[in-house]
Ligand binder design. Structure first.
Ligand code: UDX
Length: 451
């Protein structure tokens, strides 16, 4: 903990307005606050975090200029570009106001999400140091940069690929694992990637990953980087667990349902994360796959995630009667608590980076069915490199039924559970005194003090 005198050293945090980016940024803020820094979170109006959950932070909303239409129908890449254009002026105005008041407090630095690249330019203009937070894996960063090069060389189709051929530069990724976005406009996606992974002018990079999981990839990146890199993950394990940064209300009734299920019997299904969506047909395949597996399941169906419906209205007729109490469906779950519950034996995930880390941290093996972007890279690492999960090829009821039964009941699932236990233990070592993330975090704090 830092001294009271250090509290007037302020860090300005700027998350990208999506759940998978807000969570690690607020975790980082909580960690750095425990080292004595004051924390201000500057955030968009869209998907704004709830200040009540973080009484020790200051929150400053800035206008993002996104219309209801952009939010409902806009493509992710377009909205990210729009936020970068629209927020610049108000962010600069806010920082200028704080700088004028410098005798009260000093901004030590601006820490911005890798996708909020405008922040770096604003900080440079005002001669403030800045640091980038990377919220995806190190392997993703290399895969994204390489994907753009492959596209320039005409070696990949801009619409993506289903080929299982290995991409030699990215072994063991196959063409189908390349981190294509949901956007139909590859040019715009390439622009975002170039800004996020091209030459940056920040002083350092904080990374929500750790040596135990990505040592050689991190070494490769560190070897090529001109600036300091601090891998200090998993942030959610280092940050105190007593706060939630969920944008959707968590339904805690699923915990009492889990309490009634046998040990390691439940498959927890959160197969879309906070962004992806599916069709009614896909919903029906998942529903019947789960029903036919005969295993208990806890299924998160995010409101609006089934295209054309508010919530679970399109579930197939007869499905809920056929599963009865064996299934529990919620809009949003307290995911970390669910994964830590002794009844949970497996996690069907889209393999967002946070979900992947949270599953490993609790030693829960995975079924992966990535939807887009980095999820494809993570899913390949889960099934092929770390060998702690099964990858679904198709959203087809028979394949789903077999995968659930294999993961929860078969020896193959047990072996994955053993392997993921080892990764979990390594996480513990990384964040304990003398561990790589522990050391890196302390180096980061010293680094910020010297900026
Ligand atoms: C997005 C991208 O989709 C993902 O690929 C990228 O790695 C990060 O940004 P998202 O889809 O939201 O993230 O997935 P993920 O990274 O897994 O983050 C979701 C977060 O929401 C996790 O921290 C998870 O614990 C939380 N969550 C999810 C809940 O608290 N409750 C739920 O019911 C589902």
């Amino acid at each position: 903990m830092g001294s009271q005198a250090e509290r007037n050293r302020r860090l300005v945090l700027l998350p990208c307005p999506y759940q998978g980016h807000i969570n690690p940024m607020l975790q980082l803020g909580t960690i750095l606050h425990s080292f004595g820094f004051s924390i201000t979170v500057v955030h968009t109006i869209y998907n704004s975090p709830d200040p009540k959950n973080h009484p020790h932070f200051s929150f400053v909303p800035i206008s993002d200029g996104l219309s209801d239409h952009d939010i409902a129908y806009g493509q992710l890449v377009d909205n990210i570009m729009a936020v970068n254009t629209n927020c610049k002026e108000s962010f600069q105005e806010y920082l200028e106001k704080v700088i004028v008041n410098e005798e009260k407090e000093v901004i030590s630095c601006v820490i911005s999400d890798e996708l909020m690249f405008f922040a770096e330019a604003v900080a440079n203009d005002l001669k403030l140091p800045s640091i980038i937070l990377r919220t995806t894996s190190a392997a993703t960063s290399i895969a994204r940069s390489t994907l753009i090069k492959l596209a320039e060389q005409g070696r990949v189709h801009s619409k993506g690929s289903v080929s299982h051929d290995i991409v030699p530069e990215l072994h063991p990724l196959r063409s189908k694992d390349l981190p294509f976005s949901l956007s139909t406009n590859f040019g715009k996606y390439a622009e975002v990637i170039a800004k996020a992974y091209g030459k940056r002018t920040s002083s350092a990079i904080i990374w929500n990953t750790m040596k135990s999981l990505e040592e050689s990839t991190l070494e490769q990146i560190q070897g090529q980087s001109q600036i300091a890199i601090f891998p200090i993950g998993p942030l959610h394990l280092i940050a105190p667990a007593n706060f939630s940064s969920s944008l959707i209300k968590e339904d805690r009734s699923c915990i009492s349902w889990l309490d009634k299920q046998p040990h390691k019997s439940v498959i927890y299904v959160s197969s879309l994360g906070s962004i992806a969506a599916l069709s009614e047909e896909e919903l029906a395949e998942i529903a019947w796959g789960l029903a036919n597996s005969k295993q208990p399941f806890l299924w998160v169906i995010r409101p609006g995630s089934v295209r054309g419906s508010d919530w679970i209205e399109p579930l197939p007729k007869g499905f809920q009667d056929s599963v009865g109490d064996r299934g529990c469906i919620v809009r949003w779950a307290p995911q970390r608590e669910v994964l830590a519950h002794p009844a949970v034996g497996g996690f069907w995930s889209h393999c967002g980076w946070n979900s992947t880390l949270e599953s490993i941290a609790e030693g829960v093996p995975l079924i992966s069915k990535p939807c887009f972007g980095d999820q494809r890279v993570n899913a390949r690492y889960v099934s092929y490199v770390w060998r702690v999960g099964l990858e679904l090829e198709e959203l087809e009821r028979g394949e789903i039924e077999r995968a659930v039964r294999k993961l929860i009941l078969d020896d193959e699932g047990k072996e994955m559970r053993e392997r993921i236990k080892e990764l979990k233990e390594n996480f513990g070592i990384c964040i304990s005194k003398g561990g790589s993330s522990y050391n890196s975090l302390n180096e980061l704090v010293n680094f910020i003090h010297q900026l």
